[in-house]
Ligand binder design. Structure first.
Ligand code: NDP
Length: 293
């Protein structure tokens, strides 16, 4: 019933990974280089463990080398900084990702700033944040990049669309707003202090929701025909099972929306594919090779 409206992030991510795999093979054949992604996990957070496992596995599947570093939750900030320094120097490592959140005794900003900007495949280093804001040329955070690719696939040119971004985190909302602005959207950013959220959201031709509240966006928040991107990943315990659900009340909006990403199977797979894309791009840059279109 909603098949035509579903934005299939899983399928698009598979296509993107296939294209990345070809580029990885090209680098290997013509330049004897295998892109390398280092993934650092501190502690035992179950969701982070799943993310890190998936990232390392998918890197391997496209032919990249992955280097996993699992550190005890009690590791000192100094020891983590020393590891990052070592990865910064290592020519086999083209991309470095430190899985967030970090334990409280480690300052996230210090760790992010220690990563060499050229290897910062999460795009969280201030140099990349600034560069993306200035001209979109920096390493772009994976989740917003994935959302933008899904939107362009669905709508083509985004020029002139009114995009509402619900959420203003540094990893999703803010960079998303910047990317949409660069794509010539008219952008509204809404958050927990915004008055009358439903009225703001109803103005949206494109609505990107990254809040972390299951089913928060309801039917009467949606303009008919709007394209909805649900970034939220919420774990709901139900009948001894964990179910993943988004921030949009999918059932209530599905017939009204022009198109919508499911959870799971929407933004999540694109996020990891974009991490691989960033790693590939970083490899080309470090080799001083032009990145193919
Ligand atoms: P944060 O908690 O960092 O940010 C949440 C944002 O939502 C904040 O800007 C906050 O506003 C806003 N917010 C919270 N409550 C409300 C409310 N009641 N009304 C309006 N706005 C509200 O979350 P993230 O951006 O890191 O993640 C958001 C969601 O996306 C989570 O479910 C996360 O799991 C998921 N996620 C999914 C990814 C994927 O690959 N699919 C990747 C990253 C995240 P304020 O700033 O005012 O506090």
């Amino acid at each position: 019933r909603v098949d035509g409206k579903l934005i299939d992030g899983k399928a698009m991510a598979a296509k993107l990974r296939e294209a990345i795999g070809e580029q990885v093979a090209h680098l290997h054949t013509h330049h004897q280089v295998t892109p390398g992604l280092a993934v650092v996990l501190v502690g035992e957070d179950p969701a982070s463990q799943v993310y890190v496992r998936n990232k390392a596995r998918q890197a391997g599947e496209v032919g990249m080398q992955s280097f996993e570093h699992r550190l005890d939750a009690s590791v000192s900030e100094q020891a983590l900084l020393a590891l990052i320094d070592q990865l910064n120097q290592d020519p086999a490592v083209n991309g470095i990702l430190v899985q967030l959140p970090l334990p409280d005794h480690i300052a996230e900003t210090r760790i992010i700033q220690a990563i060499a900007p050229a290897k910062d495949v999460d795009g969280f280093h201030p140099i990349n944040v600034g560069q993306v804001a200035i001209d979109g040329q920096g390493m772009t955070p994976c989740t917003p990049l994935g959302c933008k690719l899904l939107l362009e696939h669905q709508l083509g040119d985004l020029s002139g669309q009114h995009a509402v971004v619900l959420g203003r985190s540094n990893i999703v909302g803010k960079p998303m707003a910047n990317l949409l602005l660069q794509a010539n959207c008219t952008v509204t950013v809404a958050h927990s202090r915004t008055h009358d959220l439903p009225a703001i959201c109803r103005q949206a031709d494109i609505l990107v929701v990254a809040v972390g509240r299951p089913g928060m966006v309801k039917r009467d928040w949606i303009k008919p025909g709007a394209v909805l991107i649900d970034v939220g990943i919420n774990r709901i315990e139900e009948d001894d099972r964990t179910r993943l659900t988004g921030d949009i009340d999918f059932q209530s909006v599905q017939d009204l929306a022009g198109a919508i990403t499911p959870v799971p199977g929407g933004v999540g797979p694109m996020t990891i594919a974009c991490l691989l894309l960033n790693t590939l791009q970083a490899s080309y840059q470090q080799l001083n090779l032009p990145f193919p279109d």
